[in-house]
Unconditional design. Structure first.
Length: 254
């Protein structure tokens, strides 16, 4: 973090609970002057090998892993409360679009349960975008009816999943955006397959228009921008380039 000159981080919290090597990470980061903007909750059993596999296993969809994910939600919520981390992000999973689909009702009930677990501890949630188009996600958020739940907006995921234009999606989801991932991607040319993540500035995201579209001005919410780089052989360099690109386009961003 010092080398990257970015004194803020989003931190995966499951390892902080389950992996002894990460015990004490929060105190060490803060002791070194690094702010933890948010935490991340990973759901058990997620298989990202194909679009079809993640559709079946992502988020709260799996019956097999629901008990584990519920227990993990309790543990992460308690850890976030103790650690004074006020926002947790995760993938909710592919929500069926049809209101009559019983799986949709089941998933929304599970998401309400998780939202209530975190809200009881003063912690908000943000669902990561990409697995539904923006209008479908907005409808689901309204149906969910939990004011503590918002969106972690990832423009690259919209492209990777083939779920529409990120800038159009920002306009639709603006009331719910709580955090943004700075990540870029190139859309697939083969239907039913993944797009490709690339360094920020080399993909299909129109960064000047995207940053200008984000909630600002009279909006009282703070929307943090978190650089996420999940692939590539030179991630430190890619993160630094992303940092410089964003700061160049929006000089007030720290």
């Amino acid at each position: 973090m010092r080398a990257l000159e970015i004194p803020r981080i989003q931190l995966a919290l499951v390892p902080c609970i389950a992996d002894a090597k990460w015990h004490g990470a929060v105190d060490r980061l803060r002791g070194d002057g690094i702010e933890i903007l948010s935490g991340m909750l990973a759901m058990a059993g997620e298989d990202y090998s194909t679009l079809e596999s993640i559709a079946q296993t992502g988020g709260v969809r799996s019956d097999t892993h629901w008990g584990t994910n519920l227990d993990q939600s309790f543990a992460v919520a308690e850890f976030a409360e103790r650690s004074d981390i006020s926002l947790i992000t995760f993938h909710a999973g592919f929500l069926p679009h049809s209101a009559s689909d019983p799986l949709r009702a089941k998933m929304l009930d599970r998401l309400r349960t998780i939202a209530d677990i975190f809200a009881a501890r003063g912690v908000g949630l943000a669902f990561e975008t990409g697995q539904e188009d923006a209008r479908s996600l907005a409808v689901a958020l309204k149906e969910l009816d939990r004011p503590s739940v918002g969106v972690n907006f990832d423009p690259a995921n919209m492209i990777l999943y083939g779920m529409g234009d990120p800038i159009d999606a920002v306009e639709i989801l603006a009331p719910w955006i709580r955090q943004v991932h700075i990540k870029d991607a190139i859309a697939t040319t083969a239907r039913g397959t993944w797009g490709r993540e690339v360094p920020v500035g080399e993909g299909d995201v129109d960064w000047p228009r995207f940053l200008a579209a984000l909630p600002s001005g009279d909006d009282s919410r703070t929307v943090d921008l978190v650089i996420e780089r999940e692939s590539g052989a030179c991630r430190d360099e890619d993160i630094t380039r992303a940092r410089d690109l964003v700061r160049g386009l929006a000089p007030t961003i720290q």
